[in-house]
Design a protein around this ligand. Structure first.
Ligand code: SER
Length: 702
């Protein structure tokens, strides 16, 4: 029996809980990172665990596991093929300085083979080849040999990564050649087999050993085949990171005191392997969404030889992927906007609406599709159904807003492209649209602009993201080609695409209207750093929230935060802008608490106790049963053995108390080192009920 995605989730969670692993499950964190300066979204299971991988003790111990919702935005435009997803679930387990690879490798293989029912003959692995940072991973090689032997396979290591059996047809079963194949362990260099989020001092990382599953067929022809190529034959189902190194100030990888294991595997791919199909949209993770779309569109989702029908397949996939991603983002409190996370969400929803239009879905549909996602994921992600009303309301609002301009925009874009096709500067032939003059000016409705400027115009006026402009251009030229040459598969030449995008970027940067540029910069980074300055600002952040609550309103909640080594940023709910006097009063109170040299306590306690203490929680976050809490205040407490009642008795001396993973300074006096004082740099309104403060620690002249 093939396993359902629900069964796989449950099996993973219980496998790690069982003896001899005795691991503890932690909840899936919000997709919006807390206190992280550089990434827009949580993009892997280890992300919320960085402080613990760095050595801070985790309240639940040294063995933990979970299934983490993740978003990666680098390939949004690729969505529609059969491999790229924006949102995915990552199954993960961690050893925080506890068991090592000689345990991890056999256990994870046991999970895949004995629990998921994957065929060990179809499994191949990679190991780190060795370089100046770390040696060749002989321990992993030897461990893998033993593990394969347990399943009756005499596996060998080979330096030649293309020593592979011939591709085979999955419908005809596993061939003898594959069953008898020895070479299953291959080395790769840092480029493929070393994991870290970014190359910046302080970042942690290490060599990896990845696990691949042979799907039989080659989907994309390559020059050379190996298990980690792009041919689509092998899919990576898991990555063991031996997180044992840290980048020092000279950018050298040096050993980390705590030797960790960080395992992550994409659930969607594991489901694909378990259900033995090559299209993720045909797995049970997407089936109900596809069925609902079929009903809405009155069409079937089926791959076909006809190009037009395959374009429909793409639209089905874009809808399915983007509705799932959008619901998860909305579920974590993101709303469509022109900035940061909200801008990504807006692009996803708008692209989806455009593809629904292509499928000739006339009525508003996002709510009914979103309901399917919420129902499908109700067991695994109950926060979605808890926030159902808000999710449905927001998604429909954006749909209505965009549909108002969609028809109009499409009519105008069509008129513009008519001019392009009539213009002798551009030839539309069956192969491509040839551009003779990239700066040709087109006149429409009294405006004279080149195509890049038009792309920006359609963004500003009708809210069409630039990729939508290109998608429209491409479908238009295909239509023309089909009419004139009875053929369609026209590619817009690369030079034209880059001219349009360059111009678009230039204009948007100039106008500072959208933050796409800054958003993209963020994707490049990826580090919540734990430098002294950032740690101080993290403590300042707690003082600031407490000061705002004490001076303005105790019910104010933090709605987002971001800390770099230069400044902190906090968003909070409040219905009006603060006055200058109020800002000064806040600064004074924070500075007073710094001068009072208050101790900062880190305590671990059951969640219910922390709630009793009215510890501040982060919006949209779910917490495990045991949490860590930071208290700032002049209280007396033995951190090792204390009673909650002791804290309650001294409550009037507590200034701040928050659920938080840290790290923090041990005493607020550290914030004034170097004669520094807390100062608010900027205060703005970013929504009707949302205000923002940027602040930091600056030197003051005596
Ligand atoms: N951090 C690694 C990854 O994202 C393994 O969890 O692939």
């Amino acid at each position: 029996m093939k396993k359902s995605s629900k069964e796989i989730r449950d099996l993973f969670i219980s496998f790690w809980k069982e003896e001899p692993r005795n691991s503890k499950e932690i909840p899936s964190s919000s997709l919006v990172p807390q206190n992280d300066s550089t990434l827009l979204f949580v993009n892997s299971g280890m992300f919320p665990l960085v402080p613990y991988l760095n050595g801070i003790p985790h309240p639940l111990g040294k063995r933990i596991h979970n299934i983490q919702r993740c978003v990666r935005t680098n390939d949004i435009d690729e969505v529609g093929d059969n491999r790229h997803l924006v949102m995915f679930e990552m199954i993960g387990n961690w050893s925080l300085g506890d068991f090592d690879k000689t345990n991890q490798i056999p256990w994870i293989m046991e999970f895949f083979v004995e629990k998921c029912g994957l065929d060990p003959f179809r499994i191949f692995v990679s190991v780190f080849a060795g370089d100046e940072s770390a040696p060749k991973d002989d321990t992993a090689i030897e461990t893998w040999k033993k593990v394969f032997a347990k399943y009756g396979i005499k596996a060998e290591y080979s330096d030649n990564i293309s020593k592979l059996p011939k591709p085979w047809n999955p419908e005809e079963g596993v061939p003898e050649e594959l069953k008898n194949w020895k070479y299953r362990i291959f080395p790769y260099s840092k480029k493929k087999n070393w994991w870290s989020r970014a190359e910046v001092p302080g970042e942690i990382g290490g060599p990896t050993s990845e696990i691949f599953y042979d799907m039989g067929r080659v989907e994309l022809i390559q020059d050379v085949y190996h298990i980690n190529d792009d041919s689509g034959r092998f899919i990576e189902i898991g990555n063991n990171v031996f997180m044992e190194y840290k980048l020092d100030q000279e950018m050298k990888w040096v050993p980390l005191e705590q030797k960790n294991i960080d395992f992550g595997g994409g659930l969607e791919r594991i489901v694909l392997a378990c259900q033995n199909i090559s299209d993720p949209y045909k797995t049970d993770l997407f089936q109900n969404i596809i069925f609902k779309t079929e009903t809405l569109a009155g069409k079937k989702y089926e791959l076909s030889k006809s190009l037009n029908l395959n374009l429909e397949v793409k639209s089905f996939r874009v809808l399915a992927e983007h509705i799932r991603s959008s619901v998860f983002l909305l579920g974590d409190g993101v709303t469509p906007s022109n900035k940061d996370q909200g801008y990504i969400l807006r692009r996803l929803i708008r692209r989806m609406i455009r593809h629904a239009h292509l499928l000739k879905i006339q009525d508003n549909f996002t709510k009914s599709l979103a309901n399917v996602v919420i129902d499908d994921y109700a067991d695994a992600y109950p926060h979605l159904s808890e926030n159902r009303e808000k999710i449905l309301e927001e998604i429909e609002k954006e749909e209505i807003r965009f549909r108002k301009t969609l028809e109009n925009g499409l009519n105008n874009i069509n008129k513009l492209f008519q001019k392009v096709s009539q213009n002798s500067q551009h030839d539309i032939s069956p192969e491509h649209i040839i551009t003779k003059n990239l700066d040709t000016i087109y006149e429409l409705n009294g405006k004279k602009l080149n195509l890049g400027e038009w792309a920006f115009y359609f963004y500003e006026t009708y809210g069409f993201p630039p990729e939508m402009f290109l998608e429209e251009l491409s479908s238009f030229v295909n239509k023309v080609s089909l009419e004139n040459y009875k053929q369609a598969y026209v590619k817009i030449d690369d030079q034209l695409v880059s001219t349009i995008i360059e111009k678009f970027k230039y204009l948007s940067e100039q106008h500072r209207i959208n933050s796409k540029a800054s958003a993209e910069k963020k994707f490049l980074g990826g580090l919540a750093d734990t430098s002294d300055e950032t740690t101080k600002l993290h403590t300042a952040h707690h003082l600031l929230l407490a000061a705002i609550q004490k001076l303005l309103n105790k019910d104010i909640k933090q709605r987002g935060s971001n800390i770099t080594s230069q400044r902190l940023r906090m968003d909070f709910n409040f219905d009006r802008k603060l006055t200058q006097d109020e800002i000064e009063a806040i600064e004074n109170l924070v500075n007073q608490k710094i001068e009072e040299s208050l101790p900062v306590f880190r305590l671990e306690m059951p969640k219910v106790e922390a709630e009793k203490l009215r510890a501040q929680m982060e919006f949209g976050q779910r917490y495990p049963e045991i949490v860590s809490v930071y208290i700032i205040g002049n209280i007396k407490l033995d951190k090792e053995k204390y009673q909650i009642s002791e804290i309650i008795e001294q409550y009037d001396k507590v200034f701040s108390i928050e659920f938080c993973a840290g790290p923090h300074v041990s005493n607020t006096s550290k914030l004034s080192e170097g004669g520094k004082k807390f100062k608010v740099f900027e205060h703005v309104s970013i929504g009707a009920n949302l205000k923002r403060i940027k602040a930091g620690l600056i030197s003051v002249s005596k």
